[in-house]
Ligand binder design. Sequence first.
Ligand SMILES: Nc1ncnc2c1ncn2[C@@H]1O[C@H](COP(=O)(O)OP(=O)(O)OP(=O)(O)O)[C@@H](O)[C@H]1O
Length: 578
Amino acid sequence: MQARCAHPHVLGWDEAIQQGLSRLNSKKIQLRDWQRSVVDSWRDGKDSFVLSSTGSGKSVCYQLPAMISGKTCIVVSPLISLMRDQCEQLVEQGVSACYLGSAQPDKMVHGRAMSGEYLLLYICPETLVKICDSLWRLHHEQGKVCLLAVDEAHCVSKWGHDFRPSYLDLGRAFQQLHDGPRGAIPVMALTATASPPVREDVMKILRLGSSRNGDMFVCLNSFSRPNLCFTVHHTNMDNLQCLEKDLAPYFEYAGDPTLLMKGDNRIVAGIRTLREHTVPRARPISTYVPRMPESNSRGGSIIIYAPTRNLVKLIAMKLRKLGVSAEPFHAGLTKHHLHKVQQDFMRNKCKCIVATVAFGMGINKPDVRLVVHYGWPQGLEQYFQEAGRAGRDGEEAKCALFVDFRGVPSLLPSQCDEERRATLQRGLTAVFLYAVRLNRCRLQQILSRLGDEAAPPCRKCDVCSQGQQPEQQLGKEAATLLREVHGKGGETWDRGTWQEAVSSWHKSCPSRSVSFWRGLARLLLEEGVLEDLHAPASLLLPFGAPRVTEEGTTFLGRWDADQQNTTKMLRPEADMLV
Ligand SMILES: Nc1ncnc2c1ncn2[C@@H]1O[C@H](COP(=O)(O)OP(=O)(O)OP(=O)(O)O)[C@@H](O)[C@H]1O
């Protein structure tokens, strides 16, 4: 095979990089060491895999090669909206960029792209597969391709949270593009969230390093976001009674103060309402602006995620009635409208977006100061990625998760195979445990899920700042639960068994909620006084076929003999406290 890319210019390499940065309009940027290593490995014709946190500067790694070589970088991207935004931003910076696919309104763009007119060519995997022959000619006949970049590369893996089946075809399509007189094109896969199995899978599917006998560059940066402060709050999701009380601390009045002095009843009532949760009459938008609750400093933007379109509409409507400039964003709105909302958000005309997960990937707004999730996210990796839209400027930002601990996360797609369903189910369990656990820093919990066990506590999240829950004597409750399990002798528990058991326990311990018992069962399993012969059928059930262990039997014997002097000291988790 021949050399993989033309050597950039006759300039020295440092000079070539500086010139590339100035073409990107990023003259002032000093490449970080890891960015430099990634670009160096492209110069050497190597494939690379780049794992680095959201907002850390991955895009520059694939944009620079195009600026330096003057050839097209083909960027595979999962979403039209994402491609469009990135192109718009680049064009504003004076860089020639385009996206291809059915959403491209200008029919001339395709032809121009196929003659190498654009330095950055964004494309979704389906379109890339379709036009593979033209891209082959662009590279092998015209010599005008410098790099194949796969952005959001975790979408390639079935083990990843955002898996797209169409990404699986990329390996074969890339192979087709590599085979020809000019040899292989370097491939760069980039992601901000990928656990070790996902990384392996991505490298295998994209066949990274295959054309250089496995020689490739792997850049694994920490994906930690120490500027983010994570908190979890219990809320009552029935009828959204708590919505205003939950969100009020994040907004402050920013209207004309003279109105207040004159005692404008509507506005005074509005402020009171925001604090006391009743709905006032409509008034002009922007009476309230986002603020950071602790610092009281105004400014920045807010993203509020909700799991369903209905909830998105409701939250946006309530906020607007209260005077907040909030816009709903979900896939049921027209593309044109969504585009406008996104632009208004980027230009600070709209300070708060209330969205389903349709909004977010690739949103590059540096000053998002708060991301609220109102309702369970779809998994822990998804949560981290969505929350990671906050604080991209490196300044402090908050990520608040509001959930109802009486329920559990359950959002699974209706159509997916068993293997995929099991992966997504594990993600739901992970986000549930993240929310209930009060014994480990929130950020550490997330990073550990992504394979980083060495991160220090963040010292900011609610767990770090509030410290451990005090231990409680839960001997009576533990004995009640263990005795019931013992009585059932290892049989499988279904929803009926569980409900029956909980209502009988309610008689002896009336103050304990269903979620308390679910949490206690979890703690007893972890303590080793219970074991489970198979996994529960749903997150609503604490166990599948539980059995009391030898240790548990000893505890029960002691409890029955001497309740006064037998203790079971446990630290309750969040769902046990509601
Ligand atoms: N070396 C650098 N020094 C300072 N700023 C940088 C540097 N590299 C990139 N940036 C800036 O950081 C911001 C985020 O960069 P970028 O969009 O490339 O992040 P990303 O890692 O691709 O994020 P995401 O995972 O969300 O797509 C941009 O405004 C970019 O100009």
